[in-house]
Design a protein around this ligand. Structure first.
Ligand code: ZN
Length: 462
């Protein structure tokens, strides 16, 4: 259902909380006007406090199918690399239908938890033996179909992946589905570029997988190709997630990955450095000064034993960040932001660590910073309830006892630290009222298809 206007008893606007807000939308899903302290309002009134929807900057949709299947001890010490072997084995079984069904189910779950846009870092391109599908962009199109059917905003980031390690090392057999040279990736980008350009819910970008997977020359070539399509399109890259990666980069180049990237590539506000977990203080300062967004995925980074991003130093230097659910063991902005703060509390034995200069509420500071950084990383006009932005809104449930008697920033602190996705009542994306009282109109059909997909996938595993 497309809304024309919405009354909000209270809403978080760019200047702060406001009462009796009426937001008007146009047919194409843009916010046209926002008025506050309105005395009479239209028939549709929100069921509780209204927030800007949260961008999710980092997703590998197919990995949602692995949730709960990697928490089993292996024969030796488990770490990121042993997890990666399990993930590769699973990736090899994904058919185009399974990719689409998993993405649809994931995107419904995202909406219902409060994410209204996602950056899909998409590296599953080819058939299991590495042969391209008849349509080279087959799996990219499946992602676009899933996002459109569910209604979530999408920044599609086809991944350039060519090598198995620093210095153009040969890839392994399990990586064959991911591999493209720059021309091959260009064909995928070009195949979906028109779709993305014509739809305000979509944006196209590029994701060189990591410094392990590309060469310096390829990176320059790929950026030039992207610039020809869209010179402001987002660029995302995994960097410095694991210490082994940092050590390998030092052996290869004499520099750590973040330092190398900042020295050799035109890293700017259009870039999102995903993880960037292991940095020296100089790298943290330089990343903050670059204007790029750090794409933080705290629950995945905890699950994979990556380490803690130096978030206190980074925020002190006005570094920007967005949040992502990455491997999707958990799918909720509240879980990511709470984990970001709790990681610091546990390691420092202190409370309320990530303080924002303007907001004593930890929830308010984290939520607004992740909106700003997330919108920038996804390259779309989202993250603010203001004219000229997409009408992407999350309505919390005022009838949930957790919110009784609470107002303003206490609402956000309750959502992030206590209520989580259970507090999300309605979700509006591009002016479409997609989740109503916790229910998406296609969720039964999507879940039925996902059930069949999972039963097939797990039968193959066993
Ligand atoms: Zn990732």
């Amino acid at each position: 259902m497309r809304l024309k206007e919405l009354h909000c008893p209270t809403a978080l606007l760019p200047d702060g909380w406001a009462r009796d807000v009426v937001i008007k939308f146009d047919e194409a899903g843009w916010i046209r006007s926002v008025r506050t302290e309105v005395m009479s309002w239209p028939a549709v009134s929100a069921a509780g406090p209204v927030l800007p929807g949260m961008p999710n900057v980092h997703s590998h949709a197919f990995q949602r199918a692995l949730a709960g299947l990697t928490q089993v001890a292996g024969p030796g010490d488990d770490d990121f690399w042993s997890w990666r072997q399990m993930m590769y084995a699973f990736a090899g079984r994904m058919t185009p239908e399974a990719v689409e069904a998993t993405a649809e189910q994931l995107y419904v779950t995202m909406l219902k938890s409060g994410y209204t846009a996602v950056g899909e870092f998409h590296y599953l391109h080819h058939q299991p033996d590495g042969t391209p599908y008849a349509d080279r962009a087959e799996l990219s199109r499946r992602i676009l179909v899933a996002a459109r059917r569910v209604g979530i905003g999408l920044t599609h980031l086809p991944v350039l992946y060519a090598y198995g390690g620093f210095g153009a090392q040969p890839p392994s057999d399990e990586q064959r589905r991911f591999l493209n040279d720059v021309d091959g990736l260009g064909r995928i980008l070009e195949a979906v570029a028109a779709d993305c350009a014509q739809d305000p819910q979509l944006r196209l970008g590029l994701a060189p997988h990591s410094l392990r997977a590309v060469t310096e020359a390829m990176l320059h070539e790929a950026l030039a190709l992207l610039d020809r399509l869209d010179p402001s399109a987002p660029v995302h890259i995994h960097v410095a997630e694991q210490m082994r990666e940092v050590m390998d980069c030092l052996v290869w180049s004499g520099q750590r990955p973040v330092a190398w990237l900042l020295d050799h590539m035109p890293v700017s506000e259009r870039w999102c450095l995903v993880h960037a977990t292991h940095m020296m203080p100089e790298e943290t300062a330089a990343l903050a000064a670059s204007g790029a967004v750090a794409g933080l995925c705290p629950t995945t980074e905890a699950d994979l034993g990556d380490g803690l991003f130096p978030v206190v130093d980074y925020l002190r230097q006005q570094g920007r960040f967005g949040i992502g659910s990455d491997s999707h063991t958990l799918v909720s902005p509240a879980d990511e932001l709470r984990m970001l703060e709790y990681g610091q509390r546990l390691s420092r034995q202190r409370r309320n660590v990530l303080r924002h200069a303007d907001h004593p509420s930890i929830g308010r500071g984290l939520y607004t910073a992740a909106l700003d950084g997330g919108a920038r990383a996804l390259g779309r006009p989202i993250g603010r309830i203001a004219p000229g932005y997409r009408a992407d809104l999350v309505v919390l449930n005022a009838e949930d006892p957790l919110l009784f008697g609470k107002s303003d920033d206490a609402i956000l602190d309750t959502y992030l630290f206590s209520g989580g996705p259970a507090l999300v009542h309605d979700v509006i994306v591009g002016g479409r009222h997609l989740v109503q009282a916790g229910h998406h109109p296609d969720e039964e059909a999507i879940a039925a298809r996902y059930r069949r997909t999972m039963e097939r996938l797990l039968r193959q595993v066993v």
